[in-house]
Design a binder for this molecule. Structure first.
Ligand code: TTP
Ligand code: MG
Length: 658
């Protein structure tokens, strides 16, 4: 079952979480190196600006608002309780001397400067106070303007950085998706036997999207956050070593929690991802098999199974929420503890004059800034986890080396021009090692011949064809085209000369015209009209309101299987091939449609080599040679008349079909 498979592979993948993957992504990021550098530069600038804001506040406070030339004097030394803060002004400053002279009872002159207790400043005339502190006022204004400039520049830089990162992320995602798409369409068919469609589609959509998020948000934020953390630590220690040491004392506890969190969260994310994959594959399976589910009235059972998976997904989601719900408040509390420490030690530092007020304010701002990145990184952890496992799954496909084998250039034969003969030389073949589907098959088809293959269902007829068009290579023996091993021709040149009408033809969603023109050069209106007539498709297109421009829904389900086969005959005709391979439909087709198909086939086969797989002996009867296949072995071969005379399998079949 699909879900079982995908669960297995999800689990297997979830365990290995590896930074080496980042290295593998580098080639995709390389074309955008300059943009990345630009972005990193901007991030550095932004961080520096972020860091400077509290520092500017500190300078403003310490230089202008509460200048550090202020000092405290204990008025009552005996008790040591009451301290008075004095503002000191320089007598040399213009206007100061006269103001001081006006209030002799308030100022105490000490040589070059005069001091006045802060409490008495309010007793001065407003005008005098403004003059006295004029320098401070203009200083504060200057600093505020400076701050404004920084905030604006910061905004512009942030905008630019975000745009660049988003652009780069989108570009990388597109490149990655194109690479994946192209890789998948070149893969060996055996790969698709092992990998359900749903899973492959998830790779190209979800997984690529996850990578995009990593490139944009994670790289930007994590880098920025780490840089900010380091920056803050450095600034804190330069402002006041002891206070920095005190306030960062909670850091080991925070680190401990972060590591614990990372471990639990990883597990929770993994479970969530596995459950999501199960939901996806169950959904895909249900949609794919909805006919069978309804036919066998499996709705209730299927519903129950889905409900269970859905609930498990919910529980896994809740577990993840719980992990975050514990971790984030813990970080919050640690932040508060650090803040309390700063206020406690910083406050007493101010009182004892070892720390300036500006330094304390800056410290408080920095501490607030410090804990935000820690939260951020923790939150980005989930994106990172997702992206890593997505990267792993994408590379798992990209590492699939099983491409359709092409000849090595020196072994390659010149372009395949015209078919002169096809040989099977002791060919044996198995899809699964050990389970032979074809056993020691040898036969020859000369140019212009029609060879029919008959045999019971499961005999290996379709498998035989798979070898001719090189969907697979034989396990043993050789398939020869024009006397050369088919392996030495580029499969492209072989396939352009062979046309295959399959048992259950696949039509793409698109117009009938596009489906017919598939693979062939451009078709003129006249050619198309000729093909429609020759393939008996005209009655079909004439009955449709939009004619050849009718859009077929996905898989061509809007038309019947007989009509689909007619369109695929037209498609084969359009490519004007040398070899026609026709795998007759096993499904019931009314005799009128059957007649139409047969006459279309006759036109198609005229003057060409053909291999027919026949279920209705009326198709086989006129072939030059008939090969009867049973359980992967050729049991009879000869013309219709010869085989009838042999009184073997074919003649019994003939008698049965009347
Ligand atoms: P087929 O070659 O498909 O048998 P057939 O074409 O003769 O049968 P029918 O008349 O019903 O069209 O299958 C032969 C065996 O190979 C059968 O046991 C299924 C197996 N098989 C695979 O395992 N993978 C494949 O892709 C195909 C086509 C067949
Ligand atoms: Mg078949």
């Amino acid at each position: 079952m699909v879900s079982g498979n995908s669960r297995f592979s999800e689990e297997k993948l979830g365990k290995s979480y590896d930074l080496k993957l980042l290295g593998r992504l580098l080639p995709f990021a390389k074309p955008y190196k300059l943009l990345f550098l630009c972005s990193i530069f901007l991030v550095v600038m932004i961080t520096l600006m972020d860091l400077s804001i509290p520092y500017i506040t500190k300078i403003t406070i310490d230089t202008y608002i509460v200048p550090s030339t202020d000092f405290f004097v204990s008025e009552t030394p005996g008790e040591g309780q009451k301290k008075t803060r004095y503002l000191s002004v320089r007598m040399k400053q213009p206007g100061v001397a006269s103001i001081v002279g006006n209030y002799p009872e308030l100022f105490r002159v000490k040589g070059e400067s005069a001091v006045i207790p802060y409490e008495w400043l309010s007793r001065l005339q407003e005008e005098d106070l403004a003059n006295l502190r004029g320098r401070d006022f203009s200083g504060v204004t200057r600093m505020v303007l400076f701050l404004l400039v920084i905030v604006c520049t910061n905004f512009i830089f942030n905008f630019a950085q975000m745009m660049i990162m988003e652009y780069t992320g989108q570009k990388i995602m597109h490149d990655l998706r194109i690479t994946l798409f192209d890789h998948i369409q070149h893969l060996d068919l055996a790969f698709f036997n092992r990998n359900p469609v749903g899973r492959l589609v998830t790779r190209a959509t979800n997984d690529i999207q996850n990578m995009h998020e990593m490139f944009t948000s994670v790289i930007t934020f994590v880098f920025k956050d780490l840089f900010l953390l380091v920056g803050i630590t450095v600034v804190l220690f330069t402002i006041n070593f002891k206070l920095a040491l005190m306030s960062l004392m909670v850091l080991p506890v925070v680190l401990y929690f972060a590591v614990q969190f990372a471990n639990v969260a990883r597990e929770a994310f993994r479970t969530l991802r596995i459950k999501l994959a199960e939901i996806n594959s169950r959904f895909a399976e249900t949609i794919e098999g909805v006919r069978i589910i309804q036919l066998f009235r499996q709705e209730v059972n299927n519903y129950k199974a889905f409900k269970r998976i859905n609930r498990e997904h919910f529980l896994a989601g809740m577990k993840q929420v719980r992990v975050f719900a514990v971790f984030l408040p813990v970080i919050e509390i640690m932040g508060s503890v650090a803040l309390a420490t700063v206020i406690l030690y910083g406050g007493s530092g101010i009182l004892s004059g070892t720390i300036t007020l500006g330094a304390l304010v800056a410290f408080i701002s920095y501490m607030r800034m410090f804990f935000r990145p820690i939260r951020d990184i923790a939150e980005k952890f989930s994106v990172m986890q997702n992206a890593m496992s997505s990267a792993e799954r994408i590379f798992l496909i990209l590492d699939q080396g099983q491409m359709v084998a092409e000849p090595a250039s020196d072994e390659g034969l010149p372009e395949f021009k015209k078919l002169t003969g096809l040989n099977f030389e002791n060919v044996s073949f198995s899809y699964i090692p050990g389970e032979m589907v074809l056993k020691d098959i040898s036969f020859q088809v000369r140019a212009g011949e029609t060879v029919a293959v008959v045999g019971p269902t499961g005999a290996g007829k379709t498998s035989l064809i798979n070898l001719i068009v090189r969907f697979y290579d034989p396990t043993k023996g050789r398939v020869l085209v024009n006397g050369n091993d088919i392996k030495y021709y580029p499969s492209k040149s072989i396939r352009s000369r062979f046309a295959l009408v399959t048992q259950d033809p696949f039509l793409f969603s698109g117009t009938i015209r596009d489906n017919i023109a598939q693979g062939s050069r451009t078709l003129t209106g006249q050619q198309l009209s000729h093909i429609l007539t020759a393939s008996n498709c005209r009655y079909l297109t004439d009955s449709l309101p939009d004619g050849v421009d009718t859009i077929l829904s996905e898989r061509g389900t809007s038309i019947s299987s007989g009509e689909r086969q007619l369109i695929s005959i037209a498609r084969a005709l359009a490519s004007d091939p040398d070899l026609i391979i026709f795998d007759e439909a096993t499904s019931y087709i009314d005799s009128e449609t059957e007649h139409k198909i047969q006459s279309a086939m006759k036109t198609l086969m005229a003057g060409r080599t053909s291999i027919l797989i026949a279920h209705r002996l009326s198709t086989a009867r006129n072939a030059d040679r008939i090969i009867a296949l049973r359980q992967g072995e050729i049991i009879e071969t000869g013309s219709h008349d010869e085989l009838i005379q042999q009184q073997g399998y074919y003649s019994r079949l003939n008698a049965l079909q009347g």
